[in-house]
Design a protein around this ligand. Structure first.
Ligand code: NI
Length: 195
């Protein structure tokens, strides 16, 4: 897992400037964005690097912060509002005005790990134990496009890892032991059939 992540990180760095794309990604009205619930495929696909920070993106981030706070979340990644972009917001007290925004984040994981329970706004009613690095260094860009680097420990480190996973299309389901996933079978079936 760690090696795999390191490889991905390396690949992203090499392709650091705006990805070549055949078609422009959709730019929905930020006011219409809402939380996307599993099994929507946007949640399990890797997201694209952000190429430009413009007024649309700033409005998207504002909307994400509001949605995070109103759903009492401590973090929200762009794929969770249906946008396959590498950015997330996080705030350990679930307050929009205290949220940190990280664009094109990269995580350096410490080798010490610990397990704790996590939930996810895209998996309502689902909680489970997930093993994460105890501390990380989070780098990326802020909303002005300036580089940021933050050492994080404990809960904020966990949030950053959870949100960064969303950008790789990874949900807590695939971080839980198989026995836990089996135990969640009924709840997962309910989510599958609610749409
Ligand atoms: Ni989540």
């Amino acid at each position: 897992m760690t090696r795999d992540r390191a490889t991905k990180r390396h690949t992203r760095k090499e392709a650091s400037v705006p990805p070549r794309k055949a078609a422009a990604p959709p730019r929905p009205d930020p006011a219409t964005l809402d939380i996307v619930i599993w099994p929507d495929p946007v949640l399990t696909r890797p997201a694209e690097e952000v190429g430009t920070i413009d007024s649309w993106l700033l409005q998207v981030v504002e909307r994400m912060k509001q949605l995070m706070e109103s759903h009492e979340g401590v973090g929200l990644a762009a794929p969770q509002v249906g946008l396959p972009l590498r950015l997330f917001v996080m705030a350990e007290k679930a307050k929009a005005d205290q949220a940190v925004t990280v664009i094109n984040p990269v995580l350096e994981l410490d080798s010490h790990t610990e397990a704790a329970e996590e939930g996810c706004l895209s998996l309502p009613g689902i909680r489970g134990q997930v093993i994460r690095a105890k501390s990380v260094t989070l780098t990326g860009y802020d909303l002005k496009g300036d580089p940021i680097s933050m050492p994080l420990e404990g809960f904020p480190a966990r949030i950053a890892q959870h949100e960064n996973d969303h950008l790789d299309g990874v949900l807590i389901l695939s971080r839980m032991p198989p026995s836990a996933r089996i135990a969640l079978g009924k709840k997962l079936r309910e989510l599958r059939t609610r749409s």
